[in-house]
Design a protein around this ligand. Sequence first.
Ligand SMILES: [Zn+2]
Ligand SMILES: [Zn+2]
Length: 250
Amino acid sequence: MKLTVVGCSGSFPSAESACSSYLVEADGFRLLLDMGNGALGELQRHCGLYDLDAIFLSHLHADHCIDMLAYFVARYYRYDGGRCAPIPVYGPEGTEQRLTTAYADTPSASSMSEVFDFHTVKPGMSEIGPFTVHTELLRHPVEAYGIRIEHGGRSLTYSGDTGVTEALDELARDTDLFLCEAAFTHGKENIPDLHLNGREAGETAARAGARRLVLTHIPPWTDPQVNLADARAVYQGPVELAAPGMTYEI
Ligand SMILES: [Zn+2]
Ligand SMILES: [Zn+2]
């Protein structure tokens, strides 16, 4: 599996990065995890506009899904070749309606479904292309999923947005690469069931036995070096900060 960080800024884009979006590739199949603010532009640095095979939306906060509106335009009104065939979009209950409402004036109520084939995510195992995926409901103010992706005996686990929860410990159990949010700073923000801080991300990785930790979703107003140090203090494995354009062979 190859993971490419398309965007990793938390909550809103920074000057350096779009919001959450990660490209996962294997066997020529391209799965995009989340499509936050600015992600569609960055994505085109890494693959063709129409080369995605499936999209997974962890939850419906704007910093994880709002560029789906721009992608709708690109697929629905494609200049060369006509309207795109629908690709699978996996998201929480109500994803199609939310995107349609946010767009405000789609040509018809079913326009989104002409270019996106919506599937409702539930906790459990399933398959997306060549990947075996396991989704778990985590702790966030809205329905939000973490996802574990397995291929060829290797695994990638992405937290999406969540507070501390055993469900994430289990999802990331012995995972090869744990892409974990660390939006908060230890000792500064303490709001349960919203986000992890660097220390909590490190503790989660340690409890799970994750082999490698990549911290992501750090907002522009947060010092990433503090969160990195906090994670390193409690987790003995390799830890680093996600950055746009970074790739990992898993
Ligand atoms: Zn977020
Ligand atoms: Zn969120």
